[in-house]
Write a protein that binds this ligand. Sequence first.
Ligand code: KG4
Ligand code: ZN
Length: 340
Amino acid sequence: MPEKDIFILGIESSCDDTSAAVLKNSTILSNVIARQDVHEQYGGVVPELASRAHQQNIVPVVDTALKRAGIRKEQLSAVAFTRGPGLLGSLIVGTSFAKAFAMSLNIPLIEVNHMMGHVLAHFIDEPGKEKPTFPFLCLTVSGGHTQIVLVKGPLEMEVIGSTIDDAAGEAFDKAAKLLGFPYPGGPMIDKHARNGDSSRFTFAKPFVKGYDFSFSGLKTSILYFLQKQQQQDELFIEKNLDDLCASIQHTIIEILLKKITRVAKDLKISEIAIAGGVSANSGLREVLHLKAKERGWRIYIPRFEYCTDNAAMIAITGRFLLESNRFCDQSVVATARYLL
Ligand code: KG4
Ligand code: ZN
């Protein structure tokens, strides 16, 4: 007898994107993401505004995800949601919705660690796309985290390096803010860097022992450099925007690449994946391809839509958890800090 299809509704609301996705076995049928433009003008995510926007978005986003997937809610096998880490007010919206939805349908509820979700996005079935084999290393680079994760199995992960201050995405966003871009500025730096000369300006790189990262010194170095230049020429940023973006991006990528290369060498692992919002960066993707050739790595880069926050990655993680019967009950609560 053929096995019954498994349909999982994934819900993500950890930061400023409200997302819902429907997974059929390991294939994504829909992945709806409502971005919140309201934060642009403030230069960063305003938690209170984010949770209010999630409240407005969650019902229509889930409804659209089900419609696009072409299924009825009664066909769902389980609901998986992001329990943490993230902004508490935002997480509470997704968590409460998921609990109520699962209860009303009388189906299992699965809580997901957002960072695990970023890593497991690599296991969504896609035509022509290979999946990493265990053990592999994942460089998870997002707005809130920068981690090197040793992935021993789908649910067996160990963080072996992380940032001691700012995350890589934060470094992009803070640098972008200094250059005058709205939040989140990472994609704008990426865009301008394509036309710039990355060797034009050099910025201080940190010295951090072991496999950890630091990005706060870079931000200060950029700030002082810009202040000095602007004293001589008010239009310094405008005149040199592309080269500034290319040089900043290059520095961030070098910091990331140096550490992942060291870990890969020490652990003798040549299966390397990237994940998280910054893995959408075209410069990072390009350099990784070159590194792979040079070092004999097999690299895994997510589709753009699965790099930044999305519910598809939560749904696929839910699938792995469901297979090992890791469900939760109605007493579950959102948690802002949630270690892998
Ligand atoms: O994973 P994500 O969507 O949210 C968090 O979990 O934090 O990551 C968002 C981060 C932001 O800092 C954003 O600027 C950065 O990812 N980002 C990029 C690019 N696309 C998104 N940074 C550099 N280049 C990009 N193309
Ligand atoms: Zn994320």
